[in-house]
Design a protein around this ligand. Structure first.
Ligand code: SAJ
Length: 420
């Protein structure tokens, strides 16, 4: 395979296209958004990911990566478009459907099509395959079809794309084998071959495993507060057991993966996915719980001003999709509270522009409560002296990322999520 078309120039499609291009393949990077295409052609990134800008420039300069809105005849087509969630918690497959339809007129005998988008089980066999077969070609015989999930952690995408094990599920063995040959051009991790539905399930199981375990940590936090103990200390101690690895509680679970993917299993098997469903509800309940903690922390303060630090879905990224921090802030506003917001990583979310500040100082001067919603490095490195301009030095740390005891010694009133 010499030439591939990558459909979707987002968090996964773009770095993957760059990887293929910098490993000798000719890549057409396709996106339906003209603005994104123009920006990328000029070497400008619309997403933030360490190291990505450099490799993008290299790939474009080499001539191996061409970014445009139109597809071309290719040896392989890879679909990496978003699969968001509908308000009723079912998967929104419109982007996958239209990307697949766009491939049909370009599909030729011998081609390989790979779906990378996280999708409900059976998508490759029951949704993508019939659409592609509208070409008159038969999947598994005339063309090859596989599912290969991305598994990279935002913030470490370039490293993990190369080093992580990759699963390739074919609709038949020849399809999986063709997938292996394609991805082996840059993947150094193990490549595991299976069938398409198992590969879809593997991806959903991985993120569901994490979601359920975070829900467990969050539930421990709620129990600890009820019992009047510190969950962080309890978790640290429990984790000394050789087979225990409890994750971290927090103000909720965000991002476009962990907060979304378990719903695809609930949709596929509602009667069986009871624990998975419950875990989603526990995690989705954390922003409201955090708001209650904020209200407790400002009891007795006249016209309190609340400085919220962080809006991204996790530390040191710019991504605000499904961010629990934003949900907390919106709920505070809804409760009629006065809020200021600061995040050195994120672009101003439109809904929060009226409350946005561009420096820590602007956010905290005259404020009564500092709420740490995201453990960005800039915040974990804060010293209590930085709070000198606050009206009251009250702090709610939802990530246990400040040195609470040192801050208390310095005269701050510190509340921790997960501790009485
Ligand atoms: N979180 C906690 N406590 C923890 C760990 C995470 O509250 O102990 C929260 C984070 O703050 C964040 C959310 O969970 O809001 C998700 O963050 P994450 O770092 O767990 O995961 P993502 O969404 O950045 O990336 C995940 C990864 N999946 C797994 O670790 C199983 C990544 O490998 C996947 O490629 C990615 O989802 C994806 O695209 O599916």
């Amino acid at each position: 395979m010499k030439k591939i078309c990558m459909l979707g120039m987002g968090y996964i499609g773009l770095p993957t296209a760059i990887m293929f291009a910098t490993h000798g393949l000719q890549v057409i990077g396709v996106d339906i958004n003209q603005h994104i295409v123009e920006a990328l052609k000029a070497g400008k990134l619309h997403i933030k990911e360490p190291g990505l800008g450099d490799v993008l420039s290299k790939a474009i300069a080499s001539g191996n990566l061409i970014i445009q809105t139109a597809l071309e005849l290719s040896d392989a087509f890879i679909i990496a478009v978003p699969t968001p969630i509908n308000p009723d918690k079912t998967a929104d497959m419109r982007a996958v459907i239209s990307a697949t339809e766009a491939i049909v007129p370009h599909l030729r005998p011998g081609n390989l099509v790979v779906l990378e988008s996280t999708s409900p089980p059976l998508t490759t066999a029951s949704l993508v395959k019939p659409i592609l077969e509208r070409s008159g070609l038969k999947a598994g015989q005339d063309f090859l079809l596989a599912y290969s999930p991305e598994r990279v952690l935002p913030g470490q995408i370039l490293k993990e794309l190369v080093e992580n094990a990759r699963v390739i599920g074919g609709i038949n063995a020849t399809s999986a084998q063709a997938g292996r040959e394609l991805y082996a051009s840059f993947v150094k991790g193990e490549i595991v071959l299976t069938d398409a539905t198992t590969a879809e399930m593997v991806k959903l199981m991985e993120n569901t495993f994490r979601d359920v375990n975070i829900a467990l940590a969050n539930e421990f936090a709620l129990i600890a507060e009820k019992l009047g103990i510190n969950v962080w200390e309890a978790i640290e101690t429990a984790n000394r057991h050789p087979r225990v690895k409890i994750l971290r509680p927090g103000p909720g679970v965000g991002g476009h993966c962990i907060a979304v993917d378990p719903w695809f299993l609930v949709e596929a098997a509602p009667e069986q996915a009871r624990l998975i469903h419950q875990a989603r509800l526990v995690n989705d309940g954390m922003p409201a719980y955090t708001v209650e903690k904020v209200k407790q922390a400002i009891v007795g303060v006249d016209k309190p001003i609340i400085a919220c630090l962080g809006v991204t879905y996790k530390a040191n990224v710019d991504d605000i999709r499904e961010s629990p921090a934003i949900e907390v802030i919106e709920k505070l506003l809804h409760a009629g509270l006065t809020v200021r917001v600061f995040d050195p990583h994120a672009k101003t979310p439109q809904a929060l522009s009226a409350y946005w500040t561009t420096s820590l100082e602007a956010a905290i001067t005259g404020a009564d409560l500092l709420v740490v919603l995201v453990d960005h490095d800039e915040f974990t490195q804060l010293a209590p002296e930085a709070l000198a301009s606050m009206r009251q030095r009250r702090v709610l740390d939802t990530r246990n990322c400040l040195q609470a005891s040192a801050w208390r010694q310095a005269g701050c009133e510190v509340t921790l999520l997960g501790a009485a």
